[in-house]
Design a protein around this ligand. Sequence first.
Ligand code: CO
Length: 468
Amino acid sequence: MAQNRPVKITETILRDAHQSLIATRMTTEQMLPIIEKMDQVGYHSVECWGGATFDASLRFLKEDPWERLRKLRAGFKKTKLQMLFRGQNILGYRHYADDVVEYFVQKSIANGIDIIRIFDCLNDLRNLETAVKAANKEKGHAQIALCYTLGDAYTLDYWTKMAKDIEALGANSICIKDMAGLLVPSKATELVGALKKTVKIPIQLHTHYTSGVASMTYMKAIEAGCDVIDTAMSPFAMGTSQPATEVMVEAFKGTEYDTGFDQNLLAEIADYFRPMRDDALASGLLNPKVMGVDIKTLLYQVPGGMLSNMVSQLKEQHAEDKYYEVLQEIPRVRKDLGEPPLVTPSSQIVGTQAVLNVVMGERYKMMTKETKAVLRGEYGQTVKPFNKEVQKKALGNDKPITCRPADLLKPELQTIEAEMAQWKEQDEDILSYALFPQVATEFFKYREAQSTKIDSKAADSKNGAYPV
Ligand code: CO
């Protein structure tokens, strides 16, 4: 019999699962009662921070994301905590200077993060250097994600070369990040097999159920040597989220990949989250539409979240009848912009430009600031060259940049701190403000008002303290 090689599991219910299904609206109060049980499962890690959770906490839940992290850290005594980090964008949508990136990594680890999954929407590794070095320096685990996508440029050679570069950069592990659910089982065998032959560091696979193949893909990936998979507890699994934890655990039971997890314990955890799912269905926060198989994602290679954004943009313009035209325009815009993977923020940039091209009735009659920035090289280098004509239209006679974009940015931490000094109650506030100046300011005002209320003993915690 083969030697046992238990598959490791990263649980995503506290981050990606609720980001994918209920617009990142799970509150800290909803998480805390169950984490003691979750801590007993034996997860490789629990993904609980970063991605959209930071923005959504401040913007919609009126919660301090740092406070959430500290509370989770206090509850998870033995399980590693993991976050998602957008390289030089951190958790925001523009490039930040290195001093902000370094400080954010330092504070994330100081407040409780063990593993930082870092990615760049163009797979330009230069945009990950600073974050990886900072994580190494703080003794955190730096995982670099390669954003999986399809296209002429994305060959096995491309992926294995990238994996070699990732290892050389000092990453502790590699994640294949398949945000749209495009990795089909047979390709997982090929890709994971090739990566395992190329690098020594562990390989983790992250996918979404959107196109319906995810659990089969995991099975094949594990058989090909994948070390860790990302799953979500069943009440917030499948659809645009991850395969269900309990199902994957059961699928490997009694095999050389047996996780050894206790299904009764998992059942208790699922029981805790199920009413939350029922409430979300009843309120409409969880749309049954996202729970099915969306085969369009395979046809158009578009992540689920991007499709729903596109629908709402078309609605605003009263142009819902243009849906299929835009779907066909997306791959064309993607080609013009150097065929990047479609993941935040490149997915929004390509999607919005495709909508504009169709609604305006003429391609690139209007270009967003972000489209121009991509064509100017401000996001980094794309795998394929830009469409020269479109680039000319965007830049005129300006020269594009070819260096690492952050090399052109001056340190900005001090300026930011000075700008927000009146609101600062903790050092971490500087970073909240750096990422989302307006949203953070609104939150700081709210926080101040709340503490004044509490001071005057007039606080009523039931009075809209947690707007959802
Ligand atoms: Co994801």
